[in-house]
Design a protein around this ligand. Structure first.
Ligand SMILES: [Mg+2]
Length: 160
């Protein structure tokens, strides 16, 4: 349940070709540490990447657990994609909403994010294609750093 189907360093490394080879017609994107860093700076070339997916007819929807609507609205409007905030991943609620927007079957949707226990677990529970990316920036809090260490331990276990 915690094993990602694929792993990439950053979201912009994922090509439309790779998605199509895996029968993916739509992607659900996490925001914090996936599209923007902890200072809210968007990832380099993220607009170009989103446009490249759109030009290949891959549908896109943002699904963030953040309750900061303004922050999520801002990145969604820059990228011109629909969004869901307070998504409560790994619960199915927010991902079901995203699915409704995308109008695709679960197996044709990839969920992309930087966290095992929200993004990957949520995607796997929904039987969507889970893609784990590396967090853009280091965690600033002790709790955040602990969370990352636990993820690393699980990732090592899974990859054995
Ligand atoms: Mg995140």
């Amino acid at each position: 349940m915690l094993k990602p189907k694929a792993q990439f360093d950053k979201v912009t490394d994922i090509t439309a070709k790779f998605l199509k080879q895996n029968d993916i017609n739509a992607v659900i994107l996490d925001v914090d540490n996936t599209l923007i860093d902890l200072d809210r700076k968007p990832l380099e070339n993220i607009e170009k990447w989103v446009d490249s997916l759109k030009s290949e007819d891959i549908k896109i929807c943002i699904s963030s657990n953040s309750i900061k609507k303004k922050k999520i609205t801002k990145i969604a409007s820059i990228l011109d994609v629909p969004f869901i905030y307070f998504s409560t991943k790994p619960l199915k609620r927010g991902l079901k909403k995203a699915k409704k927007i995308l109008q695709e079957k679960n197996e044709n949707i990839a969920e992309i994010g930087d966290q095992l226990f929200t993004d990957v677990l949520g995607a796997n529970r929904m039987k969507m294609f889970s893609i784990l990316t590396k967090p853009i920036s280091e965690e600033k809090t002790k709790l955040g750093a602990l969370k990352r260490r636990i993820e690393q331990i699980y990732l090592k276990k899974i990859s054995k």
